[in-house]
Ligand binder design. Structure first.
Ligand code: GTP
Ligand code: MG
Length: 254
């Protein structure tokens, strides 16, 4: 498959996507840590809320808008679920790169500066977190999920013939032009996997950095265990997609 030519020559600024359901302190901590570590590189924080977002979280988000005017933006999501929230953010992002993460501290904000540094060095690539390489890991992950995750990663790295070790962790820096050029499908959590396999099929370079995943202390997961099996569908389909099927029609010639 032909590689996309230069997607992005420089990392100018980052749009940080923060989906929120029931996080309060974790959301504040996320923004505060990123601001302290590498606030200059951040164009905007796109805090995406939906009908199920708690009043307490909305209040905290409004507080952040007041503290960081023009930088923190609260968006009412139009498309459903986590994948839909991410797609809404992709559409309105104005930075040269989008950082996908969560607001429950399972995507440690202390590591954002490492993404920015890697993004500066490789502006054309996707920088993605890996829990499976040396220096990364899992703390408090359930045993069945750990086992399933291992089997899943091994199967898909073979199927896509890649040495990537973690294709499902939604902590990832991607050039905005790329996310806006792709035709997305999934609306729920498998979207996290779709944002990796579709660029991979297009020949985009993907660089992993080690991250330790630590189970959240505030709020609850919105991804029931059985839903994890839905990740197979997008992985299998995309493996056989053509470039034309992956890109939006107007992008296919570039
Ligand atoms: N706006 C919005 N945010 C969401 C939605 N679903 C999840 N989130 C947020 O997205 C982040 C990730 O969701 P989680 O449910 O924790 O999912 P996860 O940690 O990837 O999944 P597990 O590892 O299975 O727990 C959290 O900060 C959630 O609050 C949604 O439908 N809309
Ligand atoms: Mg989570």
């Amino acid at each position: 498959m032909k590689t996309l030519l230069t997607i992005c020559e420089r990392l100018e600024s980052v749009s940080v996507f923060l989906p929120v359901m029931d996080e309060t302190e974790s959301l504040v901590k996320t923004v505060e840590i990123i601001q302290a570590d590498c606030g200059d590189a951040i164009r905007e924080y796109l805090v995406v809320v939906c009908k199920r977002t708690t009043p307490a979280s909305r209040e905290v988000a409004a507080g952040l808008v007041a503290r960081f005017p023009g930088k923190v933006k609260v968006i009412e999501q139009q498309r459903p679920f986590l994948g839909g929230a991410t797609q809404d953010a992709f559409e309105i992002a104005t930075g040269s790169h989008v950082l996908m993460m969560a607001s429950d501290l399972e995507t440690p904000p202390e590591r954002v500066k490492a993404y920015v540094a890697q993004g500066r060095a490789h502006p054309n690539a996707i920088i993605t977190g890996s829990r499976w390489i040396k220096g990364g890991g899992f703390e408090g992950y359930s045993k069945p999920k750990y086992f399933l995750n291992f089997i899943f990663q091994k199967s898909f790295s073979l199927m896509y013939w890649t040495s990537l070790s973690d294709m499902t962790y939604g902590f990832r820096l991607i050039p905005t032009k790329l996310v806006q050029a792709i035709r997305w499908e999934e609306t729920r959590h498998p979207f996290l996997f779709e944002t990796l396999v579709k660029p991979l099929r297009l020949g985009v370079e993907v660089i992993e950095i080690p991250i330790t995943w630590r189970a959240r202390e505030e709020g609850v997961s919105n991804n029931p265990f059985m839903r994890n099996f839905e990740y197979f569908r997008i992985g299998l389909k995309t493996r056989f997609y053509s470039r034309e099927r992956i890109l939006k029609p107007q992008e296919q010639k570039s």
